[in-house]
Design a protein around this ligand. Structure first.
Ligand code: F0G
Length: 460
């Protein structure tokens, strides 16, 4: 095996075998990467070689939109790979949403990850984590989640039947679509009396104590799978590199994985330039925005300013500030992948922005009216692109890809509260989070149970 785990801290860089199970460096506590001895591996000469796999789709590994690219995440033997057909996604060039964002025709693309088996991008990572869990013979796996990670882990456990699962969710705003998945896929579900950050802290302790395999994005194998979202975007663009990738930021696993994907592709000579990365926070959960844009924290070759970061979190605790956004998927105070995300922003000349829940829901309605639809957190990427366009950071002629991380049906309550025109629902669900209007609402029309009246309504 030419794969190994490696500490990301420049003064440590300790390495470990891929068969070891850990989610931080035992020597210094930093995050871990999966790294490869690329010179000893059969890396394709050109990304186009991956296209040949399309003709071999009777092989589940070639059918998978993750493992089709297995030469770029070569940590597992084929026989160990756990796949349920993840990554059958589409890059949709979207005119109406492009117009809303302010792009020239043909320049705005939506990478729709809702087509994954559990309805979110998480399956890209969970197939990789499940594969590693199988490699190490894990009997039980766990995660903390705002809903999608738990849905994804639960579907892999139910379909692969290799390990049992326990998921920890906060007691706050988990969307019912997501909670229903964990329950229906028969995952043991613990609702912790706390928020996501509390649930993550507890599950890390429990996993350490009981030897349970942890599937949050501190698991470096998960991020290897999430790199493939970028490969599929390049593939859909006929292997051309876009100008911008725009992605919502929560625990910052995706942005970290995207950066790693591009760093590696460039290093391997498979692309000649790296796109810019925009990570979009909800304004009510804006740790990355605060640190990167307001306090100037940077990767700095791995020597980022921990003092400023620690002070920020100390103030957050002291002031009892808690993340609060309708985009419940990204309602996170302490993003665990902060350092890796800083590395990605450094490599991709990145920017971070925050958008309000109002902007998120309006953008989400536009995505629904012009495409596959998405859940609130995913709307943040389109709202963020619109903001960056208005600022002139994104040019109208740039080629921009917004990643839609989760399916439209994940959170129907918010969608109905926005569209229905029901004032008490709006006041109960949306107004407390600062949403004042529903500019793009498509309200149902109430009509009498009478043919004439229905025809009258239709001819208006
Ligand atoms: N979009 C959706 C739909 C998500 O579910 C998440 C994260 C994100 C964006 C943020 O991605 O953490 O990689 O920055 N959801 C996690 C969960 C936290 O538990 O399902 P990130």
């Amino acid at each position: 095996m030419y794969a190994f785990q490696r500490c990301i801290a420049p003064l440590c860089r300790a390495t470990f075998d891929v068969t070891e199970v850990m989610t931080s460096c035992p020597d210094c506590g930093s995050l871990l990467d999966i790294d490869y001895e690329w010179d000893k591996l059969p890396v394709p000469k050109s990304l186009r070689e991956f296209e040949a796999r399309w003709s071999n789709r009777h092989n589940p590994l070639d059918y998978s939109g993750v493992w089709r690219f297995r030469d770029l995440l070569p940590f597992a033997a084929d026989k160990d790979i756990v796949t349920i057909g993840e990554g059958q996604t589409i890059l949709q060039q979207n005119q109406p949403v492009g117009k809303y964002v302010g792009m020239n025709p043909g320049k705005l693309y939506l990478q729709y990850e809702g087509l994954n088996p559990s309805g979110s991008f998480k399956d890209n990572g969970m197939t990789a984590a499940s594969t590693h869990a199988r490699m190490v013979g894990a009997k039980m796996a766990a995660c903390a989640s705002t809903g999608n990670t738990s849905a994804s882990l639960a579907i892999y456990a139910s379909t692969a039947q290799l390990f049992r699962v326990v998921v920890f969710v906060g007691s706050g705003k988990i969307a019912y679509g997501k909670l229903s998945q964990a329950l229906d896929y028969d995952a043991r579900t613990l609702q912790i009396l706390g928020d996501f950050d509390d649930a993550l802290e507890r599950v890390r302790e429990v996993a350490g104590e009981r030897g349970i395999y942890l599937c949050n994005s501190v698991n470096p194998f998960r991020l290897e799978g999430q790199k493939t979202i970028m490969y599929r975007i390049l593939e859909s663009l006929n292997w051309q590199v876009p100008d911008w990738i725009v992605v919502p930021g929560g625990n910052l696993g995706n942005s970290s994985a995207f950066g790693k994907a591009f760093i590696e592709l460039k290093m391997l000579g498979l692309i000649d330039r790296i796109p810019r990365l925009a990570v979009i926070n909800a304004a009510g959960a804006n740790t990355l925005y605060q640190l990167y844009e307001q306090r100037g924290v940077r990767w700095d070759g791995g020597m980022s300013d921990d003092g400023t970061v620690n002070q920020f979190f100390a103030d957050m605790d002291h002031d009892q500030r808690k993340a609060s956004t309708l985009a419940s998927a990204i309602e996170i105070n302490r993003p665990v992948n902060l350092k890796k995300c800083l590395r990605a922003l450094d490599a991709c000349d990145g920017v971070v922005r925050q958008v309000t829940d109002q902007q998120i829901l309006d953008a989400k309605a536009q995505v629904g009216a012009g495409g596959f639809g998405c859940e609130p957190a995913s709307g943040a990427s389109v709202a963020g692109a619109k903001l960056l366009r208005a600022e002139g950071v994104i040019a109208p002629s740039d080629r921009v890809v917004c990643v839609l991380t989760g399916h439209q049906l994940k959170d129907p309550d918010i969608t109905v509260a926005y569209h229905s025109g029901n004032k008490s629902l709006f006041d109960e669900k949306l107004r407390p989070l600062g949403v004042e209007s529903a500019e793009f609402a498509n309200s149902p029309i109430v009509v009498e149970n009478n043919l004439q009246k229905i025809i009258e309504v239709l001819s208006r």
